[in-house]
Design a protein around this ligand. Sequence first.
Ligand SMILES: Nc1ncnc2c1ncn2[C@@H]1O[C@H](COP(=O)(O)OP(=O)(O)OP(=O)(O)O)[C@@H](O)[C@H]1O
Ligand SMILES: [Mg+2]
Length: 251
Amino acid sequence: MTASTTAPPMIRMASVQKHFGPLHVLKDIDLEVPKGQVVVVLGPSGSGKSTLCRAINRLEPVDSGVIEVDGRPIPQEGRELARLRAEVGMVFQSFNLFAHKTILENVMLAPVKVRRQPAAEVRKSALELLERVGITNQADKYPAQLSGGQQQRAAIARALAMRPKVMLFDEPTSALDPEMVQEVLDVMTGLAADGMTMLVVTHEMGFARKAASRVVFMSEGEIVEDSTPEAFFTAPKSTRAKDFLGKILTH
Ligand SMILES: Nc1ncnc2c1ncn2[C@@H]1O[C@H](COP(=O)(O)OP(=O)(O)OP(=O)(O)O)[C@@H](O)[C@H]1O
Ligand SMILES: [Mg+2]
């Protein structure tokens, strides 16, 4: 076998269970994301998409099952957990930038603090990242001085600054005004084209169709379908997926 067929998937979840009190939010989840794939997670509100994402970098502990990142079980705590968090970049709906730091400082913060890299080196790569997301000219501004789309691109640059192996996106464009959605999706599409492994929760069907290697459809804590975008959008198998598509596509 070649190295690529023996390489562990970047993310592996097996028999993962999670409850919030009586509510069963992740029901026996099995999911593998091979290196370089872009997996888009779709599903109605409350189906467990965010919980799934948060479980992967252990923002949300699970009840049982296996979660591995690049072949290693996710650590419970301490230094090992901090290392996992550095390897798994996450971008949320809200931009989560530090309000009292400039955009450049936001991007530099974690590499300086966590990685203890020299400031000059970090500054250089931070500026390169800002260029990659198209906001070099915003480097010395504060988050409140940027548009939502620019802030979200800064948040992506900040996550990339730790040189993650995989990026998780949880509805990164949902809080944006419509005219700013595309600029963020363009950055994500570029990342995907560069080979970044990505798990993306989104309602942007255009992105799912174009950029996804696979679409995973969740409903009531279960993965109901896991297929190519082509198959999912043209011939969804389950009634639940058909209902979901019917609602969002006629929106
Ligand atoms: N911290 C929590 N405590 C209790 N229940 C929670 C908690 N977080 C989420 N839930 C519940 O778990 C279920 C799954 O929530 P989750 O946020 O993962 O759904 P989602 O698919 O991301 O929904 P949305 O599309 O609205 O973001 C929901 O019923 C939600 O109310
Ligand atoms: Mg959610």
